[in-house]
Write a protein that binds this ligand. Sequence first.
Ligand SMILES: C[S@@+](CC[C@H](N)C(=O)[O-])C[C@H]1O[C@@H](n2cnc3c(N)ncnc32)[C@H](O)[C@@H]1O
Length: 223
Amino acid sequence: MEKKIIITKDGSHSIEIPEMNVTYHSIHGALQESTHVFINAGLLASDLFDFIGVHHVLEIGFGTGLNALLTLIEADKHQNRIYYTAIEPYPLSENEIKPLNYCEQLNLAQYKPRFERMHETGWEEMFEITQYFRLTKIKCSLPDFSDEEKFRIIYFDAFAPAAQPELWTKEIFENMYKLLLPDGILVTYCSKGDVRRNMQAAGFTIEKIQGPPGKREMLRARK
Ligand SMILES: C[S@@+](CC[C@H](N)C(=O)[O-])C[C@H]1O[C@@H](n2cnc3c(N)ncnc32)[C@H](O)[C@@H]1O
């Protein structure tokens, strides 16, 4: 399927798949959305950095690697180790990744080689990207994913239910629930009623919280 690089309202890039009528991030601001939903309402809202040790984070849909980059920056900042697992069945090509302007937009050009390395590393293997951040990318579809590891946080960043309803079911959230540690959290930009009810049916306690620019609400689900 054809993919196009677009500029979102905060100046940061995203990717559009016109055939599926989806974008990888909010058109109101990719960087703003990822920072709000996954970092501020997820990573930093958890007690993860209160404890020194290795913390496991899972991302559904690696895509551009923006969430991974922002998490790596936080791990470096807090000098606390994160082992990041990301699943992605349709990796982007080098041509699609090279132009992405996230490090420039963040005024952190020194992170560009680390960002590129996250994309260059192989699959199904753990790689050290910095002293505080290790990445394992798994090339598989969400319904087929299982892991022995238990995670502190899940960034649930699949395409919206209108495009991929099969990824937002009770069964999928039951699996997410199993993959979390007790008290672990799952965050997503989506706030649809059906999705919230499927999460509740899977055992989660749900908080509706303020969404990123352009979106009224988002969901945080706790085990
Ligand atoms: C909304 S985008 C978010 C991407 C990424 N988090 C980012 O910041 O660029 C959704 C991602 O889910 C991936 N995806 C599509 N189908 C999937 C599936 N069945 N299982 C897991 N991921 C899937 C897409 O390829 C895409 O990378």
